[in-house]
Every structure is written in C-alpha cells, then in structure tokens.
Design a protein around this ligand. Structure first.
Ligand SMILES: Nc1ncnc2c1ncn2[C@@H]1O[C@H](COP(=O)(O)OP(=O)(O)OP(=O)(O)O)[C@@H](O)[C@H]1O
Length: 566
C-alpha cells in the first residue's frame, strides 16, 4: 500500500507561470510550514519547474478530493493540453497531484458504494500506476449514473471525460478500468450496471487493437444491446483536439449495432443494392458464352473440363489472350507445360501462326517482335508461376495471393487441378485424391472471394464405363464425370465442357456445353469451335466460316487482279 501524502511536499500556492505566462496555472509545491518551495507544475503549459524558478504570491487554495488516506490528494484543474475543463475534471474526480516528486494526473475510481478505492496515476511520460484496490474499482465515472437510454463506454478516462464534455454531459459516459486489454473481464465485472442501460455504445480507439476489443466486449452483452461507434480520429480526445467535437456526437448517434461476424442486416446493402454487379465488361472470346454468362465475373470460379488431349489448355489460353488484349491483368499457373511453351503459344496466338508446331513461315525476329508487342515495355504484363515441377495446394494458394495482392492480377488461370492434387499425393496426409481436391476447392473458393479475383480452372474427367470415351466423342462430358470429387462442380460458379463431335471424332470441331451456370441457370449447348491447325487458334465455327469466306474472297480478288494485269 502506498502512502503518498508527503508532509514535506504539498501544494502551497498558485503563481503565474514564467514559461507560458499564465497568470495562475503554476502550482507551487513544497513545505507549507516553512513555505520552502520544492518545485512547480504548470497546468497550462504542462511543464515541470524547479524550485528556484518559482516565486510569487499565493493565489489559490488547493482543492482536495480524496477521502481515503491511502490515495493521493489532488486538485481540480482545467487540462488545457487535453481540452478538458475544470468542470469536467471535477465531475469525474480527475485531479492533478505530485507523486514520487513528479507531477501527475490522477483518475480516482470508486467502488460500488461510491467510496474512492483506487487511483490511476499518469505521469507526463504516460507511465501509469494503479494505487489502492484496483479490484474493487467500478467503471470510471459510473458513480455518476444509475440507468438511462444510452451508455457510452470508452477505453480510457480522458476519452470518457471528452465524450461527456462534448455532449454537455447528457449521455452517461464511462471508461474501462484497465484499458482494452481486459475489456471483456471489465464488462463482465460491471455487467449489472451496464445492462441497466437501453443501449451500450462502445467507443474504443480506432486502431486494430481497440476495434478487436470492441467486438469482443460487444459479444458479452445481451443481443441487440451493443453498438460500436466509429470515430474519424484515433480516439475521442484526438477528435476534440482537432475540433471534431460534432463528429464525436455523430459517432454516438450513428454507432452501428453489433452483430456477430457474418451476420448482416438487409439495410446494410441499401447503398449497393442498385449496382449491377452481374453484368461484366470483361468478355469471353466467344459470343455464345458472352450471351449466356454475360461475360466473366470476379469472385467466381469457372471450371473447364474435357477429355484428355481434346483442347482444354488451348481453350483457356484463348481466354487468357483475349483478357490480356482487353487490358486485364492475367496470371498463368500452367502446371503441365513450361512457361516458355505457354508464352510461345500466346505469341503464336498473337501472330495467328502455329509457331509451336511449324516455324518454317516465321523468323526468330518476327517471334521476338510479336513477343515485344505483347509483353514488351509499357505493355500489359503477364505473370507466370515457375513451378519447377513441384507444387502443392498451399504453395499455389500463396502464389495466387501474391499475384492478387502484390501484382494486382485479377484473372488467374490454373491448369490443372488434377495435377495439383496428384502432386500432393501421399505426403499430403489426406489419404485420398477426393479429400485433397475437396481441400483445394474449399481453399480456392474462399480465396477468389477474399482476393476479388476470377479463377479459370482446368479439370480432367474420368473415363466413362464402356469403350468409347470423351476423346472420341462417344460420351459428352457431364458434371459427374469431373475427375476426383463432386466438389469440383459444386464449388464452381460455371462449368464448361468441350465435347468432341461424335459424328466426326477425328475432326477439329469442339462443341461447348455449359454444365453449370450459377449466374442464370441456363445450361446446355453453347456453340461450336473449330481448331485451326495453321494458326493454332480455336475459333467459333460461324467465325471460322467467315474467315474461310474472307480467305476465299481474298484469293478471288488476287486472281482477278492477276488476270487484270495480265
Ligand atoms: N479442337 C481441336 N482439334 C484438334 N486439335 C486440337 C484442338 N484443340 C487443341 N488441339 C491440339 O491438341 C493438342 C492438345 O491440346 P491441349 O493441350 O489444349 O489439350 P488438353 O485437353 O489441355 O490436354 P491434356 O488432357 O493433356 O491436358 C495440342 O497440340 C493442341 O494444339
């Protein structure tokens, strides 16, 4: 227990301050019997001054507040540096005193019976000491109120006094006893008092620690009673000092009802309800898909499935190229081919030449030129993941997060999920491919939402029973053919299958079938594509006809010109 009433050092008079010029803010401390001055403390400019600095006439009588011999005696003063009036300090029992030879501010805490039991002592350098019986202390300022409509709870005493002062001491305002680190405990200890109020507004500091504590404290209260206030500055006192008293009051009235994580009320959506976030300006390279899906959307997973070697990679690279041409940020995670091959095929797409297969018609310089035209300086960059043959779900998820958060990528292509999960294999601890895929899909699903990206995912299909597989067009791909787990279909927003033409299994024709369409439900046949072996492009059959027509027209024109000139 600390006995702090030092007979030798007590308040003896007020004087004018030689530092700031205040007429009477300098409290002089020393030996009252001999009038020997030890030191002074200016409550205006908040400076400590040595004994030989202070001199003058007695101007004021010290105002003592403590009834307990174990607690500090202090005096009520305006605290200019905090914008707090003497009236506010007096109301809240907030005094200034000398403790261990140092000027301090003292918040006196009362017990349930209104007796002063503890004091929080604050030095100029913001060191805090608790004197007396802290366990018996009730919320700071709670002795002033019994019940009411609103109760504002702040993190600290100065904020509580601030909030009370700016609203003319209208609404009950108190503070936690030991700051936000023990907010939940303090709430529980003062439960009876707190719950007597109709609504409880938690106005904690706006930093992450304060906001987390506000959520936790709110969760201790009966449903519907807690509200959380949001301030434009770090805390209420900073608002006051920045001339934002009105904003503090506004924050009381606009405090939001606390709801546990994930529970929202319809009215929260009023401001965004009219936004049409279904329509996307980012398109597929294929008109039928645009019509049915109305473009590609962020926060969605699009799954592409087809039989082995039937053009899944070619199809998604067409989409990637098309997005890149629209100025969209694209990231490629192509686990089955090297990055050089992925890039060369994009360059080929750009050149309309099958450079992966036939280099006879293009020079190295032309390839470099096309490369620079696509990815050179000032062009929209494309990022790829150099997997070095090793990858697992967690690693890929980390890379996707980096792509989205740091590189600003909006569209991630992952080819293919089966490879990713096979690579995890026995070392994963999951025991089966299905469980690995379930884990991967759940993670990816959460990620696209949180990172606000679109994920274009490739999946293999399982061999159907019987002889004729998907590769020969014997069976169109169905949702239950997705290889590994039903979560592939369940957790995707859209599923597109590329089916081989059953009448002409060896042709380059592929029919698109939408197997799942969370956007509007429309499924089924959605267009025909044809692979052009010369250009390596996968084009819509109608457009393919047009290209053929154009080529025919050009040839006719050329022939005519040759004829004319001859
Ligand atoms: N519609 C098509 N008709 C004929 N060949 C195609 C067609 N689409 C792509 N190809 C060619 O077939 C080969 C395999 O294509 P791709 O890699 O895109 O298939 P995939 O389904 O991704 O293969 P995998 O099952 O091995 O992952 C490539 O050489 C590609 O150029």
């Amino acid at each position: 227990m600390q006995i702090t009433n030092d007979e030798q050092t007590e308040f003896i008079r007020h004087e004018s301050c030689p530092k700031c010029g205040s007429s009477d803010a300098l409290a002089v401390y020393g030996d009252s019997a001999t009038q020997e001055v030890h030191h002074g403390w200016c409550f205006s400019c908040q400076t400590f001054q040595k004994g030989d600095n202070v001199d003058g006439s007695y101007t004021n009588t010290p105002k003592r507040n403590s009834s307990s011999a174990n607690l500090l005696d202090g005096e009520y003063n305006e605290i200019k540096s905090r914008g707090l009036t003497e009236e506010t300090c007096r109301k809240f029992n907030y005094t200034t005193a000398i403790h261990n030879g140092e000027p301090v501010q003292v918040a006196t805490y009362l017990d349930e019976n209104g007796r002063p039991v503890a004091q929080k002592v604050r030095t100029k350098s913001k060191k805090f000491t608790m004197l007396g019986d802290a366990k018996a202390a009730t919320l700071y300022g709670s002795h002033l109120y019994k019940t009411g409509k609103k109760l504002v709870i702040c993190e600290g005493e100065i904020d509580a006094m601030t909030v009370s002062q700016v609203q003319g001491h209208k609404w009950a305002t108190v503070s936690l006893t030991q700051g936000c680190s023990s907010a939940v405990k303090t709430m529980k200890n003062n439960w009876e008092f707190i719950t007597k109020f109709e609504e409880v507004i938690l106005m904690f500091d706006m930093d992450s620690v304060g906001q987390k504590a506000a959520q936790e404290a709110a969760a201790t209260l009966p449903v519907g009673k807690a509200k959380i206030a949001y301030l434009p500055c770090k805390d209420a006192n900073e608002c006051l000092l920045q001339g934002k008293s009105a904003e503090i009051i506004q924050a009381i009235y606009q405090a939001r009802e606390y709801r546990p994580d994930g529970i929202v009320v319809a009215t929260d959506y009023r401001d965004v309800i009219s936004e049409d976030d279904q329509a996307s300006s980012v398109t597929y390279p294929y008109s039928n898909l645009n019509e049915i899906f109305r473009g590609l959307r962020l926060k969605e997973i699009l799954l592409v499935a087809a039989g082995s070697g039937t053009g899944k990679t070619t199809f998604v690279k067409e989409i990637a190229y098309h997005l890149h041409q629209q100025g969209e940020r694209v990231g490629l995670i192509m686990l089955e081919e090297s990055n050089k091959r992925s890039l060369l095929s994009l360059v080929g797409t750009h050149m309309n030449k099958n450079v992966l297969v036939d280099r006879s018609e293009v020079t190295d310089d032309e390839i470099i030129e096309a490369f620079d035209d696509l990815f050179g300086e000032g062009r929209n960059p494309v990022y790829l993941y150099d997997h070095w043959g090793s990858s697992d779900v967690d690693l890929i998820c980390q890379r996707i997060t980096y792509m989205a958060k740091v590189l600003g990528i909006k569209w991630v292509f992952l080819d293919h999920i089966s490879m990713l999960c096979t690579q995890m294999g026995g070392s994963s601890g999951f025991g089966s491919e299905r469980l690995i895929i379930d884990y991967a899909m759940t993670k990816l699903r959460t990620m696209v939402q949180e990172l606000d990206i679109g994920l274009i995912l490739v999946s293999h299909v399982k061999r159907p029973d019987g002889n004729s597989g998907h590769e020969s067009g014997g069976q169109p791909v169905r949702l239950n053919h997705l290889r590994g787990s039903s979560s592939l279909g369940q957790l995707s927003d859209g599923v597109i299958a590329l089916n081989v033409d059953s009448d002409e299994p060896d042709s380059d024709i592929r029919h698109l079938h939408i197997l799942k369409n969370r956007f509007c439900g429309a499924t089924g046949y959605s267009g025909t594509l044809r692979y052009d072996r010369d250009t390596s492009r996968l084009v819509e059959e109608e457009l393919a006809h047009l290209f053929e027509q154009e080529e025919d027209d050009e040839e006719t024109e050329e022939a005519q010109q040759t004829g004319d000139s001859a």
